[in-house]
Design a protein around this ligand. Structure first.
Ligand code: NAP
Length: 282
């Protein structure tokens, strides 16, 4: 039976550490807020935004909600971001994606000051990550690293295959595994013989966005399997990119969905917010 990489437990551990840190900062008069902007009322986004607000409340940092109508213009959104960039109390700005089609996502992400870019999506944050300089790390990949490390999984020297090369998951995930001294291969939709490649992985990280795509045929016996995917199956239950029941008996460790990578993402967002507040001291 595989060891379960328990994101629910480890994310709580991280949030409790952050709660303590935020309280100590508050005692010294150092406080700040996370501004969360949602444009439109996409139901999934509403759930994500609510979870972020709840996490802020748990940790004891202020969250400011900006719920804008679907027809908000790009100019209006950029003006709000500019105002929040100038607002000293706001230490993090998060724009919930996806944005309505008439708004250029790239222009919006570029407008957020890198100092407040707690999602780690600004090109300056991405560049800093690539060359190993200080900057906010994107929350989902950083959460996977914490999940592995805090579960005692050795990364250095291991062959890691990451399936997916998106800017928010696959690419940064690969870079962070490289930073941890794994030997990394990035697979994508044009990869030849994906199954054979995945079978060579000591650590297989799946961020493909296809429900239960990865079956036992993709997994080497004893591999560590991390499932970043999140979907609803026809019974309305959450599932990942990995066929858990089939893969679990083969793996040495595996993330469940839900309760694996998902909660780690929010914990790392909170980590970035507290880090940003801490910088006020310096
Ligand atoms: P994405 O932008 O759709 O990227 C998917 C990647 O998978 C692409 O690079 C694509 O390759 C590759 N791919 C698609 N089909 C493939 C195939 N048949 N064989 C090999 N590679 C294939 O998705 P994403 O934003 O990275 O998200 C991935 C998954 O993670 C989704 O299920 C998403 O919901 C989930 N997610 C979860 C969290 C969390 O907190 N747990 C956070 C973010 C995302 P090409 O580049 O060649 O098209």
């Amino acid at each position: 039976m595989a060891f379960i990489l328990d994101g629910k437990r480890i994310s709580m551990e991280i949030k409790d550490e952050l709660k303590e840190k935020a309280a100590l900062l508050k005692e010294r008069g150092i406080e700040g807020a996370l501004a969360v902007i949602q444009v439109g009322a996409d139901p999934a986004s509403t759930v994500y935004v609510r979870n972020k607000k709840n996490a802020c409340a748990y940790i004891g940092i202020e969250s400011q909600a900006y719920e804008l109508p679907e027809q908000t213009s790009q100019e209006e959104l950029l003006a709000l971001i500019e105002r929040l960039n100038q607002e000293p109390r706001v230490r993090g700005i998060l724009v919930q994606l996806p944005l309505p089609k008439h708004i250029d996502e790239e222009a919006v992400l570029l407008a957020i000051s890198p100092e407040k870019d707690v999602d780690g999506f600004h090109p300056q944050s991405v560049g800093a990550m690539v060359i190993g300089k200080d900057g906010f790390l994107p929350c989902t990949p950083a959460g996977v690293i914490q999940l592995l490390k805090r579960s005692g999984i050795a990364i250095a020297g291991k062959h890691c295959v990451v399936i997916g090369r998106s800017n928010i998951v696959g690419k940064p995930m690969s870079l962070l595994m490289l930073r941890e001294n794994a030997t990394v291969t990035i697979a994508h939709s044009k990869t030849a013989d994906l199954k054979a490649l995945c079978k060579t992985a000591d650590i297989l990280i799946v961020a493909i966005g296809r429900p239960q795509f990865v079956t036992a045929e993709y997994v080497k016996e004893g591999a560590v399997v991390v499932d970043v995917g999140i979907h609803r199956n026809p019974d309305n239950k959450l599932c990942g990119d990995v066929k858990f029941d089939e893969v679990e008996p083969l793996a040495s460790a595996i993330t469940p969905v839900p309760g694996g990578v998902g909660p780690m993402t929010i914990a790392m967002l909170m980590h970035n917010c507290v880090e940003s507040i801490e910088k006020l001291e310096g």
